[in-house]
Design a protein around this ligand. Structure first.
Ligand SMILES: CC(=O)[C@@H](O)[C@H](O)COP(=O)(O)O
Ligand SMILES: NCC(=O)COP(=O)(O)O
Length: 249
């Protein structure tokens, strides 16, 4: 099994939004990423639209429809507005994230026990629309929380890999964090959940993550991928990330 790469275009939108101008083009760079073999695009719309704007979603949906098999992954907190956006955009996958609207970026997974009833409702609504649902999870080795992730009806978890990306230069620490991620992933898999991962992933830290979790279904990557695209260009960057995912180029 190879790990799919979904390119998160939030950082491109963030750069565009510095000016009242349409560039860099989220659609244009998304097209280059898909042309270079990315398996999908990810967006994380926030209520203040500081990155992706709601108006970007139909444009990206139409773009993805041009690429057979490519998927649209929409991440965010399940407000009424967010759930409607996901349905109207015909998301292939929705990743539910427990972000506060004022949070700068995602920095933790769900407390599944505390939010169980709330998640059951959101997951069930999305699944009624035929959308695959993933839930953002801390990779802290808490196997019991994977029981609850299963009980809320999710198809997948997305491991929050920020702590791994943040300590990758400290090899000893990174091995400890990687093992916790691996234990969480194994527990999810044992319960019939597929496993995605995302946050602060790079060409350098991906191979070890995939070596520990060889059944990793998908990674969504934005911040570092966008930074690399400034150096290597989007097409070459996507190829480098695909290689790090173990994909044949
Ligand atoms: C859930 C997650 O880790 C990503 O969606 C991340 O929040 C990307 O969003 P930003 O690039 O807007 O921080
Ligand atoms: N789900 C994680 C994501 O979409 C991108 O995270 P990052 O690579 O921007 O940290």
């Amino acid at each position: 099994m190879t790990t799919a790469l979904s390119v998160n275009v939030n950082a491109i939108a963030f750069l565009r939004n510095r000016r009242k101008l349409p560039w860099p083009s989220v659609e244009g760079l998304g097209r280059i990423a898909l042309d270079a073999g990315a398996q999908g695009l990810t967006v994380h719309p926030r209520p203040d639209e500081r990155h992706i704007r709601f108006a970007d979603l139909p444009v990206l949906r139409n773009l993805i429809d041009e690429f057979r098999g490519a998927e649209f992954n929409i991440e965010g907190y399940p407000t009424r507005q967010f759930l409607d956006l996901c349905r109207d955009s015909r998301a292939d996958q929705v990743t539910l994230v427990p972000d506060d609207p004022l949070q700068a970026t995602s920095d933790h997974g769900w407390d599944f026990r505390k939010h169980k009833a709330f998640l059951i409702e959101a997951v069930s609504e999305l699944k009624t629309s035929g959308i695959r649902v993933s839930v953002f999870a801390d990779g802290d080795g808490d196997e019991g929380s994977m029981d609850v992730a299963k009980e809320v009806g999710a198809d997948r978890i997305e491991l929050y890999t920020g702590p791994y990306g943040g300590c990758f230069d400290d090899q000893e620490r990174a091995l400890v964090v990687l093992e916790q991620l691996g234990r969480t992933a194994d527990a999810a898999r044992a319960r019939g959940l597929d496993v995605n991962a995302g946050h602060d992933l790079t060409v350098a830290n991906l191979p070890k993550l995939i070596e520990r979790i060889p059944y990793l279904a998908e990674v969504s990557i934005g911040h570092d991928l966008t930074a690399d695209a400034l150096t290597h260009g989007m097409a070459e960057t996507v190829r480098r990330f695909r290689q790090s995912c173990g994909q044949m180029i």
